[in-house]
Design a binder for this molecule. Structure first.
Ligand SMILES: Nc1ncnc2c1ncn2[C@@H]1O[C@H](COP(=O)(O)OS(=O)(=O)O)[C@@H](OP(=O)(O)O)[C@H]1O
Ligand SMILES: Nc1ncnc2c1ncn2[C@@H]1O[C@H](COP(=O)(O)OP(=O)(O)O)[C@@H](O)[C@H]1O
Length: 203
């Protein structure tokens, strides 16, 4: 690996985040969905994006599976690699809110410390942690991608919830119990929070 360069200087953009937010007519924010595999992160993030997009908001979903095909294709699922995965996503999400975009991230992000580091990258209030709470048994019954079956058969080592830990958020901005709520109810719970925080305006 080459030595880190110290010869870089931050360049301030002429167009600011505030300018971009004015253009988009809404604030930018990170909606950080976290939870077990199969808990509903992707489904909910995309459904919220769909809703916001229809109301003219500028949005983008960073999704675990997709990002791991490109930006993070060099990473696996050891604790170390997950830490680096979430570090990169945090930095990417930070850039995207500078671009004035409502950024929705759907990663297991199993470690509290890593979610906390991502939160600290951006100003207070710009990181909204949404815990997709769902019992492991339900996630396993859903087994959307057949991965739990493989993990139980010992074919996927370090699978979250089985032989790799998931640390529940202690104080998330929102808990969505995807086991009990319908998808529509879950979307409405997120929208209610965005309205309460004046990130989007009614209508
Ligand atoms: N060992 C292991 N543990 C957990 N998940 C695994 C594993 N191997 C592959 N997958 C698939 O990768 C998706 C999770 O990637 P993430 O980038 O979100 O993981 S992490 O935040 O770095 O922990 C996860 O996607 P979701 O099911 O959408 O959560 C799985 O499809
Ligand atoms: N309230 C809900 N919110 C999100 N997904 C739900 C909800 N209720 C049931 N589901 C279902 O749970 C599954 C979640 O899968 P997925 O979104 O891929 O999870 P994850 O991205 O966390 O791995 C989907 O089949 C989805 O239809």
């Amino acid at each position: 690996m080459t030595q880190k360069s110290t010869d870089t200087v931050w360049h301030n953009a002429t167009i600011t985040r505030n300018d971009r937010e004015k253009l988009h007519k809404h604030k930018s924010v990170i909606l950080w969905f976290t939870g077990l595999s199969g808990s509903g992160k992707s489904t909910l993030a995309h459904a919220v994006e769909d809703y916001l997009h229809r109301y003219g908001c500028s949005t983008f979903v960073l999704d675990g599976d997709n990002v791991r095909h490109g930006l993070c294709s060099d990473l696996g699922f050891s604790d170390e690699d997950r830490v680096e995965n979430i570090r990169r996503i945090g930095e990417m999400a930070k850039l995207m809110i500078e671009a004035g975009v409502i950024t929705l991230t759907a990663f297991i992000s199993p470690f509290r410390a890593d979610r906390s580091s991502a939160r600290k990258l951006v100003p207070h209030g710009d990181f909204i942690e949404i815990y997709c709470q769902c019992p492991l048994e339900t996630c396993e019954q859903r087994d959307v991608k057949g991965l739990y079956k493989k993990a139980r058969a010992g074919k996927i080592p370090f699978f979250t919830g089985i032989d790799s830990p998931y640390e529940e958020p202690e104080k998330p901005e929102l808990i969505v119990n995807t086991h009990a709520l319908s998808l529509d109810e879950s979307v409405q719970a997120v929208m209610k929070l965005l309205l309460q925080r004046s990130i989007v305006r009614p209508g």
